[in-house]
Design a protein around this ligand. Structure first.
Ligand code: NDP
Ligand code: 8X3
Length: 253
């Protein structure tokens, strides 16, 4: 028997890596993607040693040619993709619109928005051949509300929310489910990337309360995927208990 394939973008870190571990445990065959090849290979080796079938591909989701080439070269035994998890994404900077950095804006729009679109466009034709196909987009609380200086990041995540709903309509005749998981504060490399390697500033985001763990988001993804085929869990907004809105966080110090 050839088990169906789950494709995860941004599997070299954080939420994507945790999804890979969680789904490997559940017996899935995995395609793991990201730019950092070595990290992907290390994770693949670990999961393979535990019995999982894993194919790794390193490319930049911002480059449509790389995305298309990646899909063309997926080995035959991994081409039966049932699940696409569009997770690769980032925030870059935290500045008011009037002093924002245009290169950071481009990076967020190109990754969070265009990357998700390029991947979906290239992978969906394969998914149309498979029963019970399912796309899960990783959104954010930043796609439900906005916060000061979050402008462009919030804009991209609002767009992910809109695209999730639009994809659900377009893919309805094909019986392909589309869901999103919209997390609040999750302690990953997200803030280290946002603040361009400033570890103190990144760590301060998660101080004084228990943030979500990447594994909590992987659990939500696994919950969506275990639903019977007549059930689509359309969106899960998941927050740390200490968080009530983007900026309402109960800290002990
Ligand atoms: P991490 O920084 O830990 O992981 C981000 C992942 O995205 C990495 O694997 C990275 O891989 C990949 N990625 C980034 N840019 C590209 C690119 N151009 N091409 C291919 N892969 C890319 O952060 P998280 O795990 O926290 O983030 C995952 C998703 O969750 C993002 O969409 C983020 O917006 C969302 N999210 C995060 C929250 C949080 O608080 N952490 C809350 C809500 C949503 P590599 O660098 O190797 O390419
Ligand atoms: C990441 C969470 O609050 O930094 O999407 O926007 S937040």
């Amino acid at each position: 028997m050839n088990p169906q394939t789950f494709l995860i973008t941004g599997a070299s870190s954080g939420i994507g890596g945790a999804c890979a571990e969680r789904l490997a445990k559940a017996g899935a065959k995995l395609i793991l993607t990201g730019r950092r090849k070595e990290r992907l290979h290390d994770l693949a080796k670990k999961l393979q040693s535990e019995g999982a079938q894993v194919y790794v591909a390193s490319f930049d989701v911002r480059n449509n040619d790389e995305v298309v080439d990646f899909v063309k070269t997926i080995p035959t035994e991994f081409r039966n993709i049932r699940v696409l998890i569009n997770n690769a994404g980032l925030a870059a900077g935290l500045d008011p619109i009037q002093s924002g950095d245009v290169d950071q804006w481009d990076r967020m729009i190109d990754t969070n928005l265009k990357g998700l679109l390029y991947m979906s466009r290239a992978v969906l034709p394969l998914m149309m051949e498979v029963k019970d196909a399912h796309v899960i987009n990783i959104g954010s609380i930043a796609g439900k509300e906005v916060y000061g200086s979050g402008n462009v990041y919030c804009g991209t995540k609002h767009a992910v929310d809109a695209l999730t709903r639009a994809m659900r309509i377009d893919l309805l005749p094909l019986n392909i489910r589309v869901s999103s998981v919209s997390p609040g504060l999750v302690e990953t490399e997200f803030s280290l990337v946002r603040f361009e390697g400033d570890q103190d500033r990144a760590s301060s985001v998660y101080k004084g309360y228990q943030p979500l763990l990447a594994e909590d988001i992987a659990d939500a993804v696994a919950y969506i995927l275990q639903a019977p085929s007549h059930v689509n869990i359309a969106d899960i907004l998941i927050l740390p208990t200490a968080q009530a809105s983007s900026r309402d966080v109960s800290r002990s110090n």
